[in-house]
Design a binder for this molecule. Structure first.
Ligand code: PLP
Length: 404
């Protein structure tokens, strides 16, 4: 039940009655405060959006392809699919246009897969600390969550996955953020990827691989995604949000061809079709061949900011702090000493230092408390000076808590 503004009682679906306010929305409101340094949200850096090249591509579409302002069939812009096939080849994934389904971002992609795979009350296997947007996807299904720990260096505990499968658990799917994990920043080791792919095949349990950060890799050699190791049982979700701009709202699924027609039905029920003009504008941008150079720029800029943040943490946070260096993505996960009360730290950081971060507990799956002493820091969105200033400010507040 909920009460309306005029005092009437409204009966909501049971899952909606129990929804908690979204910490992401709260953070969005917080970071709108003028002058606030935000390490909170996973925002790509606005200054780096390839605005000129995208303006050219999208203006051309507007002028010369009026049908792109029309409704369109769900999930098609063939030229964009061709560009995605090429893009995925660079990550070691072999696929065809017929296995690609265009979506309104990766968020919708994982939502559509959940709708396709999960029965109400079914089981889903995920990590103890995970992306809250995924938990929101699951809410209407009220599933039983099977959770496994994660290692900050090597990702999901795949032995624990195996133990659950050996014990007879058969989740509808396993959810994996294989590269640049949100919030842990981890990328799964090659050995774990191989084992997880083998388990999916052996037990016939699909993996939903959510991969918005895989293209933002900062090491010379990056390990291929799960999809490259197992094409049948891995359903891959990609996105242009972090490599081009989230405002275009374009993502993609790579799934066995047999699922495409089913996805069309789900897609129509959500939003009829992915914004046609946006699809074609991204397609035109991709055809201009400028993404590769843009990715180089992002890798250079983001890895430099990551390094600045790590140096500042080393300089200003207590020696007992643990922070891993992520090889992908936009997040640093920091484990603070036990004496730190993280929610109080956030409140004081916003009030007294004008800096925000995401407290680790926002990423705990229900019943888990592993994130209690953690914090997620986004390093893509701030300048080097802001990173230095913000981390110094948080460090001073941590020291103040120690001496209380
Ligand atoms: C792990 C993960 N999945 C999905 C999304 C949503 O991405 P998109 O903007 O493509 O919908 C995000 C966004 O931050 C994310 O971190």
């Amino acid at each position: 039940m909920t009460t309306t503004d005029t005092g009437k009682t409204l009966r909501l679906a049971s899952w909606a009655q129990n929804t908690a306010p979204s910490p992401m929305q709260d953070m969005l409101a917080l970071t709108a405060r003028p002058g606030l340094i935000s390490f909170g949200l996973g925002l790509p850096n606005q200054e780096l959006f390839p605005r000129e090249a995208f303006a050219e591509a999208s203006a051309d579409v507007l002028r010369n392809k009026p049908h792109t302002l029309q409704y369109g069939p769900a999930g098609v812009a063939h030229t964009l699919k061709t560009s995605i096939v090429e893009l995925m080849k660079g990550r070691g994934v072999t696929c065809t246009e017929d296995e690609i389904f265009l979506t309104t971002g990766a968020q919708q992609a994982i939502n559509m897969l959940a709708r396709l795979l999960l029965e109400p009350g079914g089981q889903v296997l995920t990590e103890e600390i995970t992306y809250p947007g995924f938990l929101q996807v699951l809410e209407p299904f009220a599933p039983e969550l099977l959770t496994v720990p994660s290692c900050p260096q090597t990702g999901m505990d795949v032995d624990a996955v195996e133990a659950l499968l050996q014990a007879g658990k058969r989740p509808a799917f396993i959810y994996s953020i294989t590269d640049g994990h949100n919030p842990l920043g981890s990328s799964m080791s090659r050995e774990k990827r191989e084992k997880l792919a083998r388990l999916a095949r052996e037990y016939g349990v699909p993996i939903v691989e959510d991969d918005p950060y895989g293209f933002l890799s900062y090491d010379e050699v990056s390990v291929p995604p799960l999809k490259a190791l197992e094409s049948e049982w891995v359903f891959y979700a990609g996105s242009f949000s972090k490599i081009l701009a989230p405002g275009v709202r374009i993502g993609w699924l790579i799934v066995p061809e047999a699922l495409i027609q089913k996805l069309s039905v789900v897609k129509e029920s959500y939003d009829i079709n992915t914004a046609n003009w946006s699809q074609h504008s991204v397609a035109a941008y991709m055809e201009s061949g400028k993404l590769a150079e843009h990715l180089q720029l992002l890798r250079r800029e983001y890895s430099a900011r990551r390094d600045t943040m790590l140096r500042a943490i080393e300089a200003y946070f207590p020696a007992e702090t643990r922070a891993e260096k992520p090889s992908n993505g936009m997040f640093l996960w920091v484990e603070l000493p036990d004496f730190v009360d993280v929610p109080t730290l956030l409140r004081d950081a916003v009030e007294h230092k004008k800096v925000a971060f995401f407290p680790g507990q926002a990423f705990d799956t229900p019943g888990n408390t592993k994130g209690k002493h953690g914090m997620r820091l986004n390093f893509s969105n701030a300048t080097h000076e802001q990173i230095e200033q913000g981390i110094k400010g948080i460090g001073e507040l941590i020291e103040a808590q120690r001496s209380k």
